[in-house]
Design a protein around this ligand. Structure first.
Ligand SMILES: NC(=O)c1ccc[n+]([C@@H]2O[C@H](COP(=O)([O-])OP(=O)(O)OC[C@H]3O[C@@H](n4cnc5c(N)ncnc54)[C@H](OP(=O)(O)O)[C@@H]3O)[C@@H](O)[C@H]2O)c1
Length: 273
C-alpha cells in the first residue's frame, strides 16, 4: 500500500517514524512538506520520498494522510482536489476539529474519509489514536486506516463523530497536560530547595514510571491506591489536590480544548470552506 503524507511537521513526522519503525518499506511512503529543512530531514532520517508539493504523488497513492494545520486545510486541498477526484485514495485527516462533511466538501463528494486523532508519543510507537468514519466507509478502508495508524500505538474507534472533539481534548492534547503537571511538580520541588536539574530528572522519571504502570491496564484508582498509604505523605498531597478541586480544573481544561476544536471547525465554515 502506497501512503502519502501532506505535511511533514510534528505529527506527519511522528507517524512516518512509527511506520518506518514497524518495518514499512520507505519506497511506499511519500511526504510533501514545504519547509526545506524538515523535508530534507524526513528523506535522510527515514528514506521516504519527500517533495515540496503533494501534487507529485496525490494521484498515485492508496491512502493520503492530511497532516496540516486545520486552518491551512482548505487552501492545501484546493490544488489537490482534481487529483483526488481522479484517483480516489482513502483520505485520512488527523486535523483537530475538521468534520467529515467539511473534508468531503474540499476533497470531493465521492471521497472516502477517515478521521484520526493520534498524539505525539506516536513517534515512539506509544501513541493513542481515536478513529472515526461514517457508515459508508468500508471495512477494508477501516482496516487500511488501522494499518497506517496502529504502528503509532493503540487505536480506538468512536461511532459518533462529535466524540472526536472529546478524543482530541483527552488523548490528542493529553501528553501536554502530563508534561505541564511534571513541570509544576519540578517547580514545586525547586521552591522547596531541590536543584533544578535533579527536580526535572526526578519529575520526568516519575512520569515515565507512572506511565509504564498505567500501561499494565490496571485501573487508575487501584494504581493510585497501591502507591498511597493511609495517613502518609502521598495521601496528604492528594488531599491538597481535592481541596483545590483538581477534578473541576481538569474538567474546565478538557471543556476548553473541546470548544477550541469546535471553534476551529466553525472558523473554516466562516471562511467559506
Ligand atoms: N501536534 C500534535 O500533538 C497533534 C496531535 C494530534 C493531531 N494533530 C493535528 O495534526 C495536524 C498537524 O499538526 P502538527 O503539530 O504536525 O503541525 P505542524 O508541525 O505545523 O505541521 C504541519 C506541516 O504542514 C506543512 N504544510 C503547510 N502547507 C502545506 C502544503 N500545502 N503541503 C504540504 N505541507 C504543508 C507546514 O509547513 P509550514 O509550517 O511551512 O506552513 C508544517 O510543516 C494538525 O491538523 C493538528 O490538529 C496534532
Amino acid at each position: 500500500m502506497k501512503t502519502g503524507f501532506v505535511g511533514g511537521g510534528h505529527m506527519g513526522r511522528a507517524l512516518i517514524a512509527a511506520l518506518r519503525r514497524s518495518g514499512v518499506d520507505a519506497q511506499s511512503l511519500f511526504v510533501a512538506e514545504p519547509n526545506t529543512d524538515l523535508r530534507t530531514a524526513l528523506a535522510t532520517d527515514f528514506g521516504v520520498h519527500a517533495s515540496s508539493d503533494a501534487k507529485e504523488f496525490a494521484g498515485d497513492v492508496d491512502c493520503l494522510v492530511l497532516a496540516v494545520k486545520p486552518q491551512d486545510m482548505a487552501a492545501v486541498l484546493a490544488p489537490l482536489r482534481a487529483h483526488l477526484e481522479r484517483s480516489q485514495p482513502l483520505v485520512i485527516s488527523i486535523a483537530a476539529g475538521l468534520s467529515t462533511s467539511q473534508l468531503q466538501h474540499w476533497c470531493g463528494p465521492r471521497a472516502r474519509i477517515v478521521r484520526a486523532m493520534p498524539n505525539r508519543p506516536a513517534s515512539l510507537g506509544a501513541g493513542a489514536t481515536g478513529l472515526y468514519a461514517d457508515p459508508s466507509v468500508s471495512r477494508t478502508d477501516r482496516e487500511r486506516a488501522e494499518r497506517v495508524l496502529s504502528p503509532a500505538g493503540m487505536t480506538v474507534w468512536v461511532d459518533d463523530e462529535r466524540l472526536m472533539d472529546v478524543v482530541t481534548a483527552l488523548s490528542g492534547s493529553g501528553p501536554a497536560y502530563f508534561f505541564r503537571l511534571a513541570e509544576a511538580l519540578a517547580d514545586a520541588a525547586v521552591a522547596h530547595g531541590l536543584d533544578r536539574d535533579a527536580a526535572s530528572k526526578l519529575a520526568a522519571a516519575t512520569l515515565h514510571g507512572a506511565g509504564l504502570m498505567a500501561a499494565t491496564g490496571e485501573s487508575m484508582s487501584r494504581l493510585r491506591d497501591s502507591v498511597t498509604s493511609k495517613g502518609g505523605t502521598t495521601a496528604a498531597a492528594l488531599d491538597a489536590f481535592s481541596r483545590a478541586n483538581l477534578d473541576h480544573i481538569v474538567e474546565q481544561a478538557v471543556a476548553a480544548a473541546i470548544e477550541r476544536g469546535r471553534a476551529l471547525s466553525r472558523q473554516q465554515d466562516n471562511n467559506g470552506g
